[in-house]
Design a protein around this ligand. Structure first.
Ligand SMILES: Cc1cc2nc3c(=O)[nH]c(=O)nc-3n(C[C@H](O)[C@H](O)[C@H](O)COP(=O)(O)OP(=O)(O)OC[C@H]3O[C@@H](n4cnc5c(N)ncnc54)[C@H](O)[C@@H]3O)c2cc1C
Length: 310
């Protein structure tokens, strides 16, 4: 595509600017995006769309994309949960409801098993501060704190960048002086994949009811004793940390990221019964203990979830 044509497509389709970019490492970043228009009012935990044109360059070393010419002028869009740095530059609790930008926490998908090259992240990882891109004007999602009461125990359990909405939720709970314990746990392969670790450590030193539990399954010291989110709940470690039982009547659990960790039960169309997936996910672990996952917008339980893929 000619450079004039590209400039034309960018000015037609893009409505936001990269305001800040923090590469945790080559495959993980926090990116702040400033939309041209004011940001619509929204809730912690919700998501919007980000996009770039298929005409944009891809990061070298990622899966090769075979694209027909007819697709070249299209905008590729994906959903992203809104994250938060939680603290401001001075180390005080920030408030991402009032910033002129949205923060996102994104991992590079280098390849897929489907044979179709990942479309957006190899392009997002080429961005630099000041570059233009697409950001959805609509912010949406039922994954939010609406049902949480001030004394409730809140468990925010994620894998990888599934921590994103939990950071925003933790910030808003702390801003609202939430009384109950807040536990955020994140399961990653390596410690270097815990992009917000230093922030969580600062928060724990400032707020007695805030607990962060990092789980790094592929670190050599954890060889032979990997701990996943499911194990954390079964072992009683969460109760020990907060000094309280996980009582389903006063606990809300949020699960975000890898669908295998979440383990959404599937409804059998003929019998109407739900069957849990194998291996066991967190929903099965908790439903056996009296919790109940959301079964739709009008049938809400005390386990809420956001799957990043299916
Ligand atoms: C509501 C919602 C919120 C999301 N929020 C985030 C977020 O905050 N941060 C984020 O990094 N991603 C998030 N995702 C995933 C995101 O929408 C894209 O699917 C992802 O960035 C891959 O896009 P792609 O175009 O590069 O790959 P695609 O062409 O879309 O390929 C999809 C494949 O990539 C793999 N994949 C997708 N996401 C991940 C991931 N996070 N880790 C490992 N493998 C993955 C899966 O195998 C999936 O089938 C979210 C998804 C949903 C539905």
């Amino acid at each position: 595509m000619e450079s004039e044509q590209i400039a034309q497509m960018r000015s037609e389709k893009y409505n936001a600017t990269v305001h800040g970019l923090n590469k945790v490492h080559s495959d993980l970043m926090m990116i702040r995006i400033k939309p041209d228009k004011p940001i619509m009012s929204h809730k912690a935990g919700q998501y919007t769309l980000l996009g770039l044109g298929n005409w944009e360059p891809r990061l070298p070393g990622t899966m090769e994309e075979v694209l027909p010419d007819s697709e070249r002028s299209k905008l590729v869009r994906r959903s992203y949960s809104i994250s938060a740095a939680i603290l401001d530059e001075k180390g005080n609790l920030g408030n991402n409801q009032t910033t002129p930008y949205l923060e996102f926490y994104i991992v590079l998908v280098r390849e897929t098993s489907s044979g179709k090259a990942p479309a957006l992240t190899p392009r997002l990882f080429m961005l630099k501060e000041g570059d233009r891109m697409f950001c959805g004007e609509k912010i949406t999602g039922a994954y939010n704190l609406d049902l949480v009461k001030p004394d409730d125990t809140v468990l925010l359990l994620g894998t990888g960048t599934g921590e994103a909405p939990h950071n925003y939720m933790a910030q808003q709970l702390l801003l609202a002086s939430h009384k109950g314990p807040i536990v955020s746990a994140c399961c990653v392969r390596l410690k270097k994949d815990l992009g917000y670790l230093a922030t969580h450590e600062k928060l724990m030193s400032q707020y007695r009811n805030y607990h962060y539990i990092p789980l790094a399954t592929r670190e050599p010291e954890n060889a032979g004793k990997k701990v996943y989110i499911q194990d954390l709940l079964k072992s009683g470690e969460v109760e020990r940390k907060i000094g309280r039982e996980l009582d389903p009547s006063r606990t809300h659990v949020f699960l975000c990221g890898n669908p295998a960790m979440i383990g959404v039960p599937e409804k059998n169309r003929e019998t109407g019964e739900y069957a849990y997936p194998v291996p066991e996910g967190v929903i099965e672990v908790l439903e056996k203990r009296g919790f109940r996952a959301d079964r739709g917008h009008h049938d809400r339980g005390n386990i809420h979830f956001e799957e990043y893929w299916s």
